[in-house]
Design a protein. Structure first.
Length: 382
């Protein structure tokens, strides 16, 4: 039989435990959150994690509208070369293949033609006359220095040299009309600038005629143009100088940034749209001519009501999406972090725009964690 004193002892323990459970059950959820936040506030960042942490400032932003346009990639016409033959002849040598990269000055074609014979004779004659005139000038200069030749004779010899040079220049300009230079009686066609061979319609030994279709084309694809289609309904919203983001379905995660460089003043008669030109750097050659793309135009709104909303901008990489909420980790000091919920107004590949009144106290000038923020977030939540 258990003594009465022991029974009283066990009853007191049970009563105390029951009271503790009851108090916990009655505690409000907000009080529990406050208790967790108090624990989180005491978290101090380890030194190693602090070294790898990166911060970004919360900045003021304007309301952004984004207009979606379609467009097409094209080669830069300023760096696009088509070789069209302007004489009859035979292609004696081809030094390239389709897709090759050709440096400026590289010999691409050699063409033989009867039409070059007379030019070749003229060039050789002019070159011989120049050598003769230069020798005559040298001799006249010596005689003039010795007092034997007159100044008039010296000037005449100098003019003969200049006339011979002008004759050579004239022949070379005539050759330039054909798109090359004359060497060994052969028309040499060189790459006018560095670029890629984007078309080739020629083989060695092929006969050509003046006015044929282009034998080859070269394009510098490291800079391309995007021609965006602007419909009449978007004319008030799309202006020259606006920033754009270009995306291609082939690269869904790749964003190409640029600005509207020029906006046409007349509608395209076939497509009934205005063309907006966007120049893009293309160092990796991802964008190909004739590729279709989507263009997002960023427009700042001047509406006063929008300005009064006090919009804030922060890097999109600072965002954490958890429990169906957008959140950020705000840095106060190494032992003071806050998790704040946000409602994005708009999000681009680089930035998130939020309304200040829809945040939990986020303000311009606050610092948010952009790297290792998930590790800190998990520590604050645990």
């Amino acid at each position: 039989m258990i003594p009465v004193s022991y029974l009283n002892y066990f009853n007191r323990i049970a009563a105390t435990a029951g009271l503790a459970v009851l108090l916990t059950a009655c505690q409000q959820p907000d009080e529990l959150v406050a208790e967790r936040d108090a624990v989180a506030d005491g978290y101090c960042l380890p030194a190693q994690l602090a070294k790898n942490m990166k911060l970004a400032d919360v900045r003021s932003a304007t309301e952004l509208n984004h207009i979606q346009l379609t467009g097409r990639v094209m080669s830069n016409p300023e760096k696009y070369y088509r070789f069209v033959p302007l004489l009859d002849g035979v292609v004696s040598k081809v030094n390239f293949s389709l897709g090759d990269y050709a440096k400026a000055g590289t010999v691409l074609l050699e063409v033989r033609s009867p039409e070059l014979s007379s030019l070749n004779v003229e060039l050789r004659t002019a070159q011989a006359q120049l050598k003769l005139a230069q020798r005559q000038l040298s001799a006249t200069q010596e005689m003039f220095d010795d007092g034997v030749a007159s100044e008039r004779e010296l000037i005449g010899a100098q003019q003969d040299v200049e006339m011979a040079r002008l004759e050579i220049t004239k022949v070379q300009e005539n050759l330039g009309i054909y798109g090359g230079s004359l060497e060994r009686g052969v028309l040499i066609i060189k790459a006018p600038f560095s670029g890629y061979v984007v078309s080739k319609n020629i083989v060695s030994g092929q006969q050509i005629e003046a006015g044929d279709d282009p034998l080859f084309s070269i394009s510098d694809l490291e800079e391309v143009w995007v021609m965006a289609n602007v419909y009449a309904g978007n004319l008030r919203s799309v202006k020259q100088g606006m920033e754009v983001e270009v995306r291609a379905s082939s690269y869904p995660d790749q964003v190409f940034k640029g600005k509207i460089d020029r906006l046409a003043n007349t509608f395209d008669t076939e497509e009934r749209v205005l063309k907006a030109r966007i120049k893009l750097q293309n160092p990796d050659l991802l964008l190909k001519p004739e590729m279709f793309v989507n263009v997002s135009v960023t427009q700042a709104t001047d509406d006063q009501d929008m300005k009064e909303k006090r919009l804030l901008s922060l890097p999109s990489k600072a965002m954490i999406f958890s429990n169906s909420k957008h959140q950020v980790v705000v840095y106060r000091d190494s032992c003071n972090f806050e998790i704040m919920h946000l409602v994005p107004v708009y999000q681009t590949s680089d930035a998130v725009v939020v309304q200040e009144s829809l945040t939990e106290g986020l303000m311009e000038g606050d610092k948010v964690v952009t790297e290792n923020h998930l590790l800190i977030y998990n520590q604050l939540k645990n």
